[in-house]
Write a protein that binds this ligand. Sequence first.
Ligand SMILES: [Zn+2]
Length: 252
Amino acid sequence: MMMVTAVPDPLAGAAADEAAARGRSRAGARASAARAAVFGVSDGLVSNVSLTLGVAGAHSSPAVVRLTGLAALVAGACSMASGEYLSSRAHVELLRRELDVERLAHISDPDAERAELVRLYASRGLSPELADVVAGALMADPEIALAVHAREELGLDPARLGSPPHAAFASFASFALGAAVPLGVWSLASGTAGVELVVAVALLASVALGLALGVLTGRSPARFVARQVLLSAAAAAVTYGVARVAGVGAAG
Ligand SMILES: [Zn+2]
């Protein structure tokens, strides 16, 4: 007599696995997008704090400092966006090529592809018979078969290869947001007061970015805060120092 109830429904199990993997990869994608946004804000903040402090350090007029900050915001955000677009585009094309290779394999040697799935599910603990049933069911629909192979072998979801324009816009926005912080301060204060206020606000913003990275990575925020503050301060100090020396040289 067969113990029908003791046999797990292989397709329900596989579907649940799929759903869990999708959920994990979606959560992972969100977390990595959030981290990328924090790094973008940090790039904009550090580069524009350094640049405007450098220009201010060379005793430039407040108008020149503000114009420099605005130009740096636009130039930096555009450059980040175009760089992100190109790299994201190249990445998507690479993934598409890998998918094409897999698609060709499904057309030219479906039996080998099916055997691949049988081995995979058997290695995950299904009996060879069950693994064969699962593989057979999944291979019945070419689109589902391709999606399953893409996820299992390439670790990617064919429906979510990423959007280069979206990535470019996110880069632009996050850099511009960070770069706008010192620019906003310079529109309120200038001279020594401006330098002090920019340093104070940049310090607070660096602490906030370090905290955000700590939360997003699930690690102790203290180290992220210390690293963010130290590196931002070093970048600003170097730029300020170089510009001051060069400014004195140019004036003399
Ligand atoms: Zn395959």
